[in-house]
Design a protein around this ligand. Structure first.
Ligand code: SF4
Length: 268
């Protein structure tokens, strides 16, 4: 076990919150959490996975951005909640402890979206849960082998299933057509991995066909990605057909979303 007070962990970060980018008025793919009054997207630096195809690789490998101590993070929340109607914490998992300590001292008045990879500790989520309004949760792979091959962890699916069961306890609450509490599941369709997508959707539908699911097509090869091509129209059509038969609620990203335009410019 690494002591992250002294050395960086697998996430390439110490235990102090580091933020790579903050974007006001961020537009999400899911309209139910895209309020015209603004979403403050906070991109944390580093990640507890190492997806070889990562679209955010410029920041997910860590050591990018500004370190915030607890008081500075609280001040940031106070400042940003004035002009936004949601906080979106993006890839926050490896800073869960520091975020929890800050939220115990100051709870923002606007909902917090916990936007994570699905690979995290249920015990920690139990502690965070009273401060989190919406889980925006990736479900990447249904087989642990694929998580090992593509994200360098041996038990992604095993962990993500437990996390999903926990997050699904949060009931969906809507006001003025906007989700104020609840769960949105995301699945990114990867080129060449259609079987994984079909099996993943089968699994999700077998347990949570009534929850919001967001199907994403936006994968774009980055220079370091071993996946060198975009999704084909036929691949996406097959998965979309399955999606339409499986879920009552959700969103299907346009096929032409596979563009670098969908990757924020992190290092500007
Ligand atoms: S979980 Fe997301 S941010 Fe982290 S390495 Fe994988 S794709 Fe990148």
């Amino acid at each position: 076990m690494v002591d992250r007070k002294k050395s960086e962990g697998f996430c390439n970060e110490l235990d102090k919150i580091r933020i790579a980018k903050i974007i006001d008025n961020f537009i999400w793919e899911e309209p139910c959490v895209t309020d015209k009054n603004g979403v403050c997207a906070i991109f944390f630096s580093g990640c507890n996975l190492k997806c070889s195809y990562c679209q955010n690789y410029e920041i997910s490998r860590g050591k990018v951005g500004k370190i915030y101590d607890e008081d500075e993070f609280i001040e940031l929340l106070k400042e940003k909640e004035k002009n936004n109607s949601y906080f979106d914490f993006i890839t926050p998992t490896h800073f869960s402890n520091a975020i929890l300590n800050a939220l115990k001292k100051y709870q923002p008045k606007i909902p917090i979206i916990w936007n994570s990879s699905g690979y995290e500790s249920v015990k920690m989520l139990e502690k965070l849960d009273k401060y989190i309004s919406i889980y925006l949760l990736d479900f990447k792979y249904i087989e642990d082998d694929l998580g090992k091959r593509l994200s360098h962890v041996s038990n992604y699916s095993t962990i993500a299933k437990k996390v999903l069961d926990f997050c699904a306890k949060k009931k969906d609450v809507f006001r003025d057509n906007l989700m104020k509490e609840g769960l949105i599941l995301r699945h990114l369709v990867l080129p060449g991995e259609i079987k994984n997508s079909l099996d993943t959707l089968d699994y999700l539908a077998s347990k949570y066909s009534d929850r919001f699911v967001s199907l994403m097509s936006q994968f774009t090869p980055t220079p370091q990605s071993p996946i060198k091509r975009k999704l084909s129209p036929l691949e996406y059509k097959i998965v979309v057909n399955k999606f339409l038969k499986s879920f009552q609620n959700g969103y299907i990203q346009d096929f032409d979303s596979a563009s670098e335009d969908f990757i924020p410019k992190f290092l500007e």
